[in-house]
Design a protein around this ligand. Sequence first.
Ligand code: AMP
Ligand code: MN
Ligand code: MN
Ligand code: MN
Length: 284
Amino acid sequence: MLDYDLHCHSNISDGMLTPTEVVERAAGRGVKALALTDHDDMDGLDEARAAAQQHGMSFINGVEISVTWRSHTLHIVGLGIDPHYPPLVAGLRTVRSGRGERARKMSDALAKAGVGGVLAGAYQYANNPNMIGRTHFARYLVESGHCKDVKSVFNRYLVKGKPGYVPHQWAELSDAISWIRGSGGLAVLAHPGRYMTGRSGMGKKTMHELLTEFVACGGQALEVVTGSHTPEQYAEFGRYAEEFNLLASCGSDFHGPGESWRDMGRLPDLPLNCRPVWQALGLQ
Ligand code: AMP
Ligand code: MN
Ligand code: MN
Ligand code: MN
């Protein structure tokens, strides 16, 4: 089992815990090296680093950038980034800036589908209003009795093809990678298995094209072990990592107790053919 968790969220984006609470939970569950990777925002890093120091845990500055590639939304994790690098700071500000209007459109679309007045409720769940997103809508729709849990809200209302889904233009793939690399970080394609599932998911040919472009843009690693992958997908993406000469990363993608695919803590080992990303991060 691995005690590296290189992907998780605090309430700076759509996690439920503060950065300090995330670190405490990780420490309590045996994590030795942690990266906080909030969506499109780096404001939790100072607090998390200070908490990690208190627990004697290695801490890596991270971020998870929302990207639009062709018709797909992708997530690119940056590890070992410099949160003061101006192009990264400015780029993320631009990515965040569309979220308010998107939230209004989501609320309007849900109202048309018979679920009225959810905007204010969703904002109640957004500790950082600049980062309002689908998860905050989902939590509110659970609380107000529309669905039994967050996953059901997504399946019924918030994924592509459902009434509350609003298409959105995020960052360009090449920009996200260059912000990360320019700041000294490593660019990781997050949870690739999720781009291949569902009716609008990509097939193998498109995944090859994506990985080819990701590498050409300077992408360095693939998330092989993540909370939303099955053991078969660990093997499948381990092979992709080998084929494309990418390092392999791992992380829980934890968002909150009882809500995530996987809690923080020990993760299954990477497949044997993988070269772990932490070697390039200077961790043992
Ligand atoms: P947003 O950036 O506002 O589009 O929200 C994306 C976030 O929604 C992801 O990071 C996940 O936390 C969550 N999410 C996306 N799809 C699902 C799903 N099918 N079930 C549960 N959560 C999801
Ligand atoms: Mn999320
Ligand atoms: Mn993600
Ligand atoms: Mn994530």
